[in-house]
Every structure is written in C-alpha cells, then in structure tokens.
Design a protein around this ligand. Sequence first.
Ligand SMILES: CC(C)(COP(=O)(O)OP(=O)(O)OC[C@H]1O[C@@H](n2cnc3c(N)ncnc32)[C@H](O)[C@@H]1OP(=O)(O)O)[C@@H](O)C(=O)NCCC(=O)NCCS
Length: 201
Amino acid sequence: MTTRDPATPAPRPPLVSERLILRDWQVEDAPAALGIYGHPSVARWLSPEMEQVPDLAAMRLLLRQWIAETARMPLPAGRWAIQRRDDRTVIGGAILLPLPPGNEDLEIGWQLHPDAWGHGYASETTHMLAGWAFAHDVDEVYAVVRPGNTRAAATVRRNGMHWVGESSKYFGLTLQVFRLRSADLDQAAPNALLPPRFGTN
Ligand SMILES: CC(C)(COP(=O)(O)OP(=O)(O)OC[C@H]1O[C@@H](n2cnc3c(N)ncnc32)[C@H](O)[C@@H]1OP(=O)(O)O)[C@@H](O)C(=O)NCCC(=O)NCCS
C-alpha cells in the first residue's frame, strides 16, 4: 500500500463508472445507509459480524466513525457509499479494508440494499475498487464470504476472483476466501468503465 503522512486526510476522488459513483460517506446519508445496514438480509452476511443497525441515531454514529477512519487510512483503503448516477440514490456501501490479523491483505466487499440486487452493481463496484487498488501498488485483493452466501460467492466468481480456500483466521469466523489478481481484472468485468484519472495516481 502507498505510504502517506497519517496527519493528512487521504485525497480520494469519487470513482465513476457507467452507472455508479463511489464516493465518501456523509452523515446525511444516514437514512439511506440505515435502509442497507438495518436490513436483516444484508447484516446477516457481514464479516466482521455486525449487528443490524437499529435506528437513525446509531447509523449516524457509525457513519461518523467510518468517515473518520477512512480519513486516517492509507490509500487505497477506505469505505465508500455506492450511489446510482441516474437517480442519485445511495444503493449500498463498499469497502477496501486491511484484513486482520496481519493487515497486509486488502479485503474488498459490498453491501447493497436488496432492492438493488440482480443488476450487476456489485460487479461494477468490484471493477472500480479493484482498479483503484491496483493503481496504488496493490497486486491482489481478497473477498471473504460466509459459507451459504451464494449471491456473494457468485459475484466473486463472476469477477475473476479465484478460490483460495476456507479459513478461520479472519474475524474468528469460518470464511471462504477468494483472490483477485490485477492480471485478471480486465477479463473480469469488461462492461465497467475505468474511474477518472485511473492509472495516473
Ligand atoms: C453480495 C451482493 C453484493 C451481490 O449482489 P448482486 O446484485 O447479486 O451482485 P452482482 O453485481 O454480481 O449482480 C449479479 C446479478 O445481476 C445480473 N445483472 C443484471 N445486469 C447486469 C450487468 N449489467 N452486469 C452484470 N450482471 C448483471 C446478473 O445476471 C446477476 O443476476 P442473478 O443474481 O439473477 O444471477 C448482495 O447480495 C449483497 O449486498 N448481499 C448482502 C451483503 C453481502 O453478502 N455482502 C458480501 C459479503 S462478502
């Protein structure tokens, strides 16, 4: 990962594809975010384990934490809101976060509102975020999927991620581990556009 003065907030431009914008979370996103992280069909699959967010106040608090954490993180890591370009709706969240315990591998992940499943938005997000990571000296990103999460397993396979194995070293959970290497990215999601300034960082 690129090293950076931790006192300087990371300059992270929004990433834009054909249908989506990935941008920093704002506290004003709390109602939309609650629709996502307060939804049982989303919360049950998250790792590390996360309680369903109960109300707007809790969601605002969580967003403040995410915004502060993201500002402190070395590029290319962070958390993003996924916004649809045509109607500006926030349809989900996405992450690129160091995987504990070693914090050397980067996890890629997505949480979409169930109304937004089945449109290829997670795949388009994968292409954008992986492209962003690979433009910052990262050679591979990992997805960790709970056994039984068939939609997530289909998404990672659809995006050129290779099965690594099952592991219980992350978050105290048994998880299926998939890896995406930079060489596999373009074959993986040819429909998604590259973000602006891709490759110039
Ligand atoms: C995992 C999750 C992000 C997957 O969402 P998704 O919408 O199924 O993912 P994809 O972007 O891969 O979309 C694929 C579907 O869109 C369809 N699709 C429609 N238009 C498409 C397009 N332009 N490009 C690609 N796929 C498209 C595909 O045919 C496929 O449909 P199917 O599921 O009926 O086969 C979502 O289920 C989710 O948020 N789950 C809860 C949280 C979670 O589990 N997160 C992952 C933790 S590892």
